[in-house]
Design a protein around this ligand. Structure first.
Ligand SMILES: C[S@@+](CC[C@H](N)C(=O)[O-])C[C@H]1O[C@@H](n2cnc3c(N)ncnc32)[C@H](O)[C@@H]1O
Length: 217
């Protein structure tokens, strides 16, 4: 994966540069098959018409997997236009038209419909990039606005044993208790998994996957 001087660019430019200068399958978070996410999603027992919001979707193969499993109400959102373009062009036109592609900053949304109600919020490695309290509060406010009562939340981030940088950026490491505390009393933890992900270059990246259900509005 290419590294470059990012000291003078903002978050959106950083991610657009990452996706335009690397092949998707060389990225340090690429998964050929996103098995932990798909396993957690199948635990939710969702209807195929359930609204699934993949936050910081990047160019993930999760979208391919969800389409293959018959889900038909998928929204892929990311701050990087280029990431979403890469996903769209990887899919067939027919499959790409099954997905809503929305460029947005999840900490301060402008383009996602404010009245959106989702059955599942899926985030693999966005929350850990939010190092400022204001960004974290913005993320949580968006999540609380969008996830319906009875809806599910999957958050996967670098665990306490994990790296403290990703893509050249600082990250906040979490365990399941910290994510539970971050979400607050309205969300009940159903399960968590410590998962060792191996990057395409062979490095070990310990993650924690968490699954919550919204119990109160
Ligand atoms: C490490 S990548 C993970 C991508 C994807 N979830 C996956 O598992 O392959 C993190 C993603 O979060 C996106 N991102 C970073 N900050 C964001 C923000 N504030 N709002 C929305 N997306 C963001 C980046 O553009 C990038 O695609």
């Amino acid at each position: 994966m290419k590294v470059y001087d990012k000291s003078h660019i903002n978050n959106k430019e950083h991610w657009n540069k990452v996706y335009s200068s690397n092949n998707m399958n060389s990225l340090g978070w690429y998964e050929e098959i996103p098995k932990p996410s798909l396993d957690f999603i199948s635990e939710c027992g969702l209807d195929k018409n359930a609204v699934i919001l993949d936050v910081g979707s990047g160019a993930t193969t999760l979208i391919d997997g969800l389409i293959q499993q018959g889900y038909r109400n998928i929204i892929a959102t990311d701050i990087s236009t280029i990431a979403l373009e890469k996903s769209k062009t990887r899919l067939s036109q027919e499959n790409s038209e099954l997905v809503k592609w929305i460029v947005d900053d999840i900490t301060n949304t402008q383009n996602l419909d404010n009245t959106l109600k989702v059955d599942l919020w899926h985030d693999r490695t966005v929350l850990h990039f939010l190092t400022e309290k204001k960004q974290q509060a913005g993320y949580r406010a968006t999540l609380k606005r969008f996830v319906k009562k009875g809806g599910y939340v999957i958050i996967a981030v670098f665990s306490l044993e994990g790296a403290n940088k990703c893509s050249g950026l600082d990250v906040v490491n979490y365990d399941h208790k910290m994510i539970t505390e971050f979400l607050g009393n309205d969300f009940g933890l159903i399960k968590y998994l410590n998962h060792l992900y191996i990057t395409p270059s062979g490095s070990k990246r310990p993650y924690v996957y968490t699954l919550f259900r919204r119990e109160n509005i």
